[in-house]
Design a protein. Structure first.
Length: 439
């Protein structure tokens, strides 16, 4: 069902979510029972209505109260994740019971998500539900529809509303950015200045005082025939303790922006003449851990001295195993040096990240390379029987090998280099998955 918009049915336990799913679904059926917590698996079906097709997901109910039950805890986390991925939400409430605190708590979560929500007041075939329906206006949603899931009343109104939203989303998608570029770096390295140069307007406040950008700011940039989204992030905080990890140092919105990024532009102040531990951690985090395409921009070239250049080159030479894999560009936001080369380079990196390899070519390449320059572990020669691309951006390669457990960090780095020697993948990470031959 990939490629279709997702609509999730949410609500507290026993309000009729599964009954509604069963009425709208044509193939997959969810089991309905009378006791709390029974609907724990997420069942999905493809629903067609007028010109819209969408994946309908039946959730297990959002469990907000503290519970020792690990299944209920897991259900809550999974539902929140599904809501994040969805295009629209059907929030089912029980009209016969009226508005309860748990409905309010769920409404708070949904308002934070910012997704289109239709509140479906169930059991409206009953008089007590009709009398209480006004209570649900307090939830603060614009679209409220009375239904009876059991008797199929009002379901066409819900489907009409969903179709309208999804059609609007489809139109917006046509204008959506081809890819998302995120500016990252320590405070005061020139991210906001670069953002303004790329946008050619004062979108971000430029100030010499560190910490001006409080939240991530996104704008679309027209580039040739495409639209590219550029996001400026708050500066990464200064490290307070040696053991402090990167996620703790990163402002929450910066961390989320990196995870949503297609390409990260990591800005470094070249005039400082050094690569800080924090900047190296950022580079490794983006490229090796998050598997995002990376371009490093050494800014403030107008302030660079011969001494700072030598020191920077000396620092960089210690980390060639990473820096050789990424694109590096020297720029100056003050003079405009090489700023015009950033977006064309980002475009090239994005194209590389979307390279497609045939299974035949990949298998031949890895087989031959591992035979010609064999690697051993515990005196065992490591072999590859099949190599298949399973994803793009990041390029993901599944290797079927003889001893998966022997493919550690250095062996995977060796395989990474095999592919890089034979294809220009500069700036884009490679994700390698090893499997037992025949799996």
């Amino acid at each position: 069902m990939n490629g279709h918009s997702k609509v999730i049915i949410v609500g507290r336990m026993n309000v009729g979510k599964s009954t509604l799913f069963n009425q709208l679904s044509t193939r997959v059926k969810s089991i309905t029972m009378d006791y709390e917590g029974v609907t724990r698996d997420f069942l999905a079906d493809l629903v067609s209505w007028k010109d819209s097709n969408f994946e309908l997901v039946d959730s297990g109910g959002i469990v907000l109260h503290k519970t020792a039950d690990p299944i209920l805890k897991a259900v809550r986390e999974q539902v929140l994740s599904l809501i994040q991925e969805s295009s629209a939400i059907i929030f089912v409430v029980d009209g016969s019971v009226g508005l309860v605190q748990e409905d309010r708590d769920i409404a708070k979560i949904l308002h934070k998500m910012g997704k289109p929500v239709v509140v479906a007041i169930n059991k409206m075939d009953r008089k007590d539900a009709q009398e209480r329906s006004y209570e649900f206006e307090r939830l603060g949603f614009d679209t409220i529809i009375g239904i009876s899931a059991q008797h199929k009343q009002g379901l066409d109104l819900i489907l009409d509303q969903l179709a309208q939203w999804l059609e609007g989303k489809k139109q917006a998608k046509k204008e959506r950015a081809a890819f998302n570029v995120v500016l990252l770096g320590k405070p005061n390295v020139g991210k906001s200045s670069l953002m303004n140069l790329l946008l050619k307007k004062e979108r971000s406040l430029v100030s010499p005082q560190a910490g001006t950008t409080r939240e991530s700011l996104s704008e679309n940039v027209a580039f040739y025939q495409e639209t590219i989204q550029v996001t400026d992030t708050p500066g990464v905080r200064r490290q307070r303790a040696v053991q402090e990890n990167l996620e703790q140092m990163m402002v929450k919105s910066s961390l989320q922006s990196v995870r949503n990024a297609d390409i990260v532009l990591l800005l470094i102040d070249a005039s400082q003449g050094t690569l800080s531990d924090q900047e190296l951690k950022l580079a490794f985090f983006v490229f090796e851990q998050e598997k995002k395409s990376l371009i490093i921009l050494f800014n403030k070239q107008d302030l660079v001295t011969e001494q700072s250049t030598e020191q920077l080159e000396s620092d960089a030479s210690l980390y060639q195993h990473l820096l050789n894999k990424v694109e590096i560009l020297n720029i100056s936001c003050l003079t405009g040096k090489n700023v015009g080369r950033i977006m064309p380079l980002a475009q090239q990196v994005w194209e590389r990240a979307n390279t497609e390899f045939s299974t035949t070519d990949l298998t031949l390449l890895f087989k031959q390379e591992l035979e010609r320059r064999p690697i051993y572990r515990n005196s065992m020669m490591l072999k590859c029987y099949k190599a298949e691309q399973t994803g793009k951006a990041p390029i993901t390669i599944a290797l079927q090998v003889n001893y998966p457990k022997f493919f550690g960090e250095s062996q995977l780095a060796y395989c990474d280099n095999i592919l890089r020697r034979n294809a220009n993948l500069k700036g884009t990470p490679i994700k390698l998955i090893v499997k037992e031959h025949g799996e």
